[in-house]
Write a protein that binds this ligand. Sequence first.
Ligand SMILES: Nc1nc2c(ncn2[C@@H]2O[C@H](COP(=O)(O)OP(=O)(O)OP(=O)(O)O)[C@@H](O)[C@H]2O)c(=O)[nH]1
Ligand SMILES: [Zn+2]
Length: 386
Amino acid sequence: MDPALSDDEIPELIQPEDAIPELVPTETTKQEQSKVPITIVTGYLGAGKTTLLNYILTEQHGKKIAVILNEFGDSIDIEKQLVVSDANSTEAKPIPFVPLANGCICCSVKDVGVAAIENLMEQRGKFDYILLETTGLADPGNIAPLFWLDDGLGSSIFLDGIVTLVDAKNVLKSLDEGYGDDPKLEEERGHDEHGLLLTTAHLQISHADVILVNKSDLVSEQELSNVVERIRSINGLAKIEVTERSRVPQLEGMLLDLHAYEEVKDADLRFTSKGHSHMDPTISTITINFPPLSEEQVDQFDRFLRLILWENTLPDDIQQKPFEIHRLKGRIPVKDGRVLLIQGVRSVYETTEAQSSNDDQAKLVLIGRGLDEPLFRESVLATLSR
Ligand SMILES: Nc1nc2c(ncn2[C@@H]2O[C@H](COP(=O)(O)OP(=O)(O)OP(=O)(O)O)[C@@H](O)[C@H]2O)c(=O)[nH]1
Ligand SMILES: [Zn+2]
């Protein structure tokens, strides 16, 4: 396990006031060599998660993959079963989970979860990859920041991305009515001022980097395209793939090596430019384009980000309705030639820099609840003109 870091050794992930750390391509390569990527797999009961994991464990991918099934995020009951696959076996071998000696209940899920995985690697040797399957009701927005943040704390694992499986036959019903088996939880998340329910299905879709629309054999082509359109309107950033029996056409980029929390590439933002209608009343993706920033505007823009992510409000409170941001990505060119690359999940965000680019417009993409695109655009422009 990593030796404890003293306070001044802990790298700050959020450092709006400080100098922005430089993102150089070698950084990623270095990280990938020394750290183990983790993909979080979410999806409601019966959507096909186990089918997906079995498929992966029997595919010849030449990787040693640990599959962790647990109640993560919903309870401290950290894990039930661990399955490790390696290149030479087609048989998934469950191994007993060794609890942490100091895994007491009052520790945060973060400490317990990340430390447990590290502990496991110490005992079993390093894996090439970790897949963490969450329960049907887990909100990935609570889990993702834990792994992402811990990456900055010298952890030996890093968050590669989130994959959400949906059941093509039932997902529209889930979005409209919730999963129905935990009314209390959905009641807590609440209805907005229009009486719209924020369901677990919404949360699993809005945080996803890849969405597998599974059980496509059970719906007609028309139903399938309705499902895809609805999902796209919620999450304009994710890759969407239609599957049967969870058979993804390739593992790389669909399940493994997603690089979803690394450098924001122009291509990552491409889907969102197509102008999708806001079919889902609860959650939508909005895109804001604006001109490159002057150096003086960089601070103003950062203040804007902090306000919308940390205070859930727009400057001058011009949007009275409450909103909620689940995911954020942006490429913001600065007139001095830099490009700011912004990644966020819930209230956690990170700004890195790339040198020079072809971006002639800044592009900020937000996924969340109650986001009013024209108001946000107006607000960004007003902020920058101060
Ligand atoms: N028709 C059809 N059935 C599928 C498909 N994918 C999975 N199934 C079946 O659906 C059932 C549920 O699949 P699982 O993989 O167990 O779903 P899960 O998400 O892992 O469910 P839990 O692990 O219980 O949370 C199983 O009987 C699968 O064989 C599909 O594409 N089409
Ligand atoms: Zn404790």
